[in-house]
Design a protein around this ligand. Structure first.
Ligand code: ZN
Ligand code: ZN
Ligand code: ZN
Length: 144
């Protein structure tokens, strides 16, 4: 089972909070993570600790950063999310609802199914909002 499939929604959102912002390189302070997620600092710390034990986050002097494994896991999440957005787009959901709708199911769909959807969709390069879909082995080495 892929690591991503074992994460909770909150854990994925915590990984995303560490990617955004100019502090991402130096590490994001606990208070900032809590603020981005709109949760208490102790709750944010619990998510960070769980992610650290999975090797996805590094904590040093009160700042948290994604490890290479964490970055890789986040790319895999973006892949799931954006492929699901395309599926809902083709089903006719309004464009402004796609992101929210995709978040309801993107973690529940297994890796193998996402790969089949990617094949069925012709190995798409972007989501309906123009964001890149990473890691398709059929799309050369342009992934980042
Ligand atoms: Zn989205
Ligand atoms: Zn593909
Ligand atoms: Zn999108």
């Amino acid at each position: 089972m892929e690591l991503l499939e074992r994460l909770t929604r909150r854990q994925v959102d915590t990984l995303r909070a560490l990617k955004d912002g100019e502090e991402a390189r130096a590490g994001v302070r606990l208070g900032r993570v809590a603020e981005i997620l709109a949760i208490s600092a102790p709750s944010a710390l619990a998510h960070l600790t769980a992610l650290e034990s999975l090797g996805l986050v590094d904590r040093y002097r009160g700042r948290s950063r994604l490890t290479p494994k964490g970055q890789s896991c986040l790319l895999e999440y973006e892949r799931h999310h954006r492929i699901v957005e395309r599926m809902f787009d083709r089903m006719g959901l309004p464009r402004e609802r796609l992101c929210e709708a995709a978040r309801e199911v993107d973690l529940s769909i297994g890796h193998a199914t996402i790969e089949r959807l990617c094949v069925a969709d012709g190995h798409p390069g972007t989501c309906p909002h123009g964001e890149p879909i990473p890691r398709c082995p059929h799309r050369g080495k342009e992934e980042s």
